[in-house]
Ligand binder design. Structure first.
Ligand code: AMP
Ligand code: DBH
Length: 549
């Protein structure tokens, strides 16, 4: 494994995103970018209402005042431990209240979180750490039966630039986050236009990319989201999806609700019974789910003993929510549905709470900002007629202009004038609402988790008895899409469970392990030789679906 200290890619995290000056000036003039940092935000809320409860989990109820005090201690402790403003720190923390003192502590110290999901494993974490040039990890001890400490130790062993691991809870062989402190000092105030943190892309091709977001652009996106979603001091938001995911983090998510002075309740897992109990106990008003979870909640609601009548808004996003299911949300759960179509790269669309019912159930919403520029283009780059499907491209005040240090991907994913090619196929209605039709790329959207076909093919190809592999998405009534791998064996044909175990053993998130493996004798080629991967995946998928019906 490359040492990230010697890795020029890792060292070059640009301090800013790269909006051209005239765009940046416009976004400031219009009041989108207000020069506020995450640290400013927390300090202002803690000063205004120190005793109001901000975050709740099974063990903790942190007020805004507690949150600031803990974050400031952590910030001093991080700097005292030798981290330097601008250093990147991988954060892998599940849904516990301690997530917030940890990340606000990093923000207050001018450190840059790189958010991993609790499901990520060694291979992915080493990739994020190497790519970002991270110097430290912040983790929780255990969650939902998994011990994160040995995983962190393995990542540290693989990435020599990582010198410290801070643990919320029992630190084991690592350092304690909970006792972190340092001598009084002035904390640095980062430039609001600088990169505040990195999100992780859901990998359209190959490995996940780092998405650098600035204080200015991200705070705009969740501040405006909070307004659109009607959030205020009385909002009680249940974080059911993993909090590090962009949707529950910022649409309006936990940060939007804290911005509005509301209360965030952390659910340890998104199961209906766990969440219904929390909704009843904490009088939760709002929650965001991916479609398969929304279906499970609707199945469980009629029989639950918990009173979920406080729930006012259920947001559903991350993958397409079919209109038939969408239409059942209000009658079954007794709340308003809000569809959310967003991406960690930026653009987020919402159905508005007062949109007509057919818009709420039949569209994926419209953009946050009047300055979100949306293009719907045919494959030659020409605008399609209104209402016709086409490729969605976008740029705006909170959509990135580049991934971190990915010249190849940046050339493919962004136009020369700075539009992000989302890879989604949409129709735009005269009202500006978008209806997601599908996507142009080859990733799999499995229950809202985006998985790169190429990444999984590479893991399969590492098996000595795999000659070739092609990974495709297959429609699935529950997951939306599932992962199907076509495999040409060589030598002894591996058993399917063993091959799945092999992929799992590559140190990757469980959700990336193929749901289905189909052996093939050969893949079709054309007279000219091998056909493109894209064409091959399409043809295998089509043949499989035809045979299945
Ligand atoms: P990511 O880039 O990993 O943050 O994933 C964003 C992608 O998720 C989008 O480009 C869409 O493909 C998909 N997505 C998110 N929300 C929705 C939705 N409500 N309906 C359909 N697809 C969605
Ligand atoms: O799927 C996503 O990435 C997503 C969905 C809804 C997202 O990033 C968001 C809202 O902000």
């Amino acid at each position: 494994m490359a040492d990230s200290r010697d890795n020029p890619v890792a060292q070059a995290l640009p301090p800013r995103q790269v909006w051209p000056a005239e765009f940046a000036a416009r976004y400031r003039d219009k009041g989108y970018w207000r020069g506020e940092t995450f640290g400013d935000l927390l300090r202002a809320r803690a000063a205004a209402h120190p005793d109001r409860v901000a975050v709740i989990d099974a063990q903790n109820r942190l007020t805004y005042g507690d949150l600031l005090a803990r974050a400031e201690r952590a910030a001093r402790g991080f700097l005292d431990a030798g981290l330097v403003p601008g250093d990147r720190v991988i954060v892998q923390i599940p849904n516990i209240a301690g997530f917030f003192p940890a990340v606000f502590g990093l923000f207050l110290a001018g450190l840059v979180p790189v958010y991993a999901l609790p499901a990520h494993r060694q291979t992915e974490l080493v990739h994020f750490a190497t790519r970002s040039g991270a110097k430290a990890l912040v983790i929780a001890d255990r969650h939902e039966g998994f011990d994160y400490r040995p995983l962190a130790a393995a990542v540290r062993a693989g990435v020599p630039a990582i010198t410290q691991v801070f643990v919320l809870g029992d630190p084991g062989e690592h350092l304690s986050f909970d006792t972190l402190d340092g001598p009084a000092r002035d904390l640095p105030r980062p430039d609001p236009s600088s990169v505040a943190f990195c999100q992780i892309s859901g990998g359209s091709t190959g490995l996940s990319k780092l998405i650098p977001r600035t204080h200015d652009d991200y705070i705009y996106s969740f501040r405006e989201s909070a307004r659109i979603c009607g959030c205020g001091p009385d909002t009680v938001y249940l974080t059911a999806l993993p909090v590090a995911h962009n949707f529950p983090m910022s649409s309006p998510g936990a940060f939007g609700v804290l911005w509005a002075g509301g209360r965030v309740v952390m659910a340890p897992n998104p199961a209906a019974e766990t969440c219904f109990a929390l909704i009843a106990k904490e009088r939760v008003t709002m929650c965001g789910l991916v479609p398969p979870l929304a279906l499970l909640w609707m199945q469980a609601a009629p029989g639950t003993k918990h009173d979920i009548s406080s729930l006012e808004v259920l947001q559903v996003g991350g993958a397409k929510f079919i209109p038939e299911a969408a239409a059942r949300v209000r009658p079954v759960l007794g709340c308003t549905l809000q569809q959310v179509f967003g991406m960690a790269e930026g653009l987020v669309n919402y159905t508005r709470l007062d949109d007509p019912e057919e818009v709420i159930t039949g569209t994926q919403g419209r953009p946050i900002s009047p300055d979100d520029e949306v293009l719907v283009l045919d494959d030659d780059g020409h605008p399609v007629p209104e209402g016709a499907p086409g490729n969605l491209l976008t740029r705006g005040p909170y959509t990135i202009r580049a991934y971190h240090n990915e010249p190849g991907a940046n050339a493919r994913s962004f136009t020369p004038d700075g539009f992000y090619r989302t890879g989604d196929i949409v129709k735009r209605l005269p009202s500006g609402h978008l209806v997601v039709q599908g996507r142009a790329g080859d990733h799999i959207n499995r229950a809202g988790e985006k998985i790169s076909a190429e990444e999984i093919e590479d893991h399969l190809l590492a098996h000595p008895n795999v000659f070739d592999a092609a990974v495709v998405s297959i429609p699935d009534p529950f997951l939306g899409e599932r992962i199907c791998a076509f495999v040409i064996p060589q030598g002894e044909r591996p058993k399917i469970p063993a091959l799945k175990a092999f992929v799992r053993g590559r140190g990757i998130a469980e959700f990336k392990v193929p749901d289905q493996i189909v052996f093939a004798e050969a893949f079709e080629t054309t007279a000219v030789g091998k056909i493109s991967r894209k064409a091959l995946r399409a043809s295998l998928r089509e043949k499989f679906l035809k045979e299945a019906t």
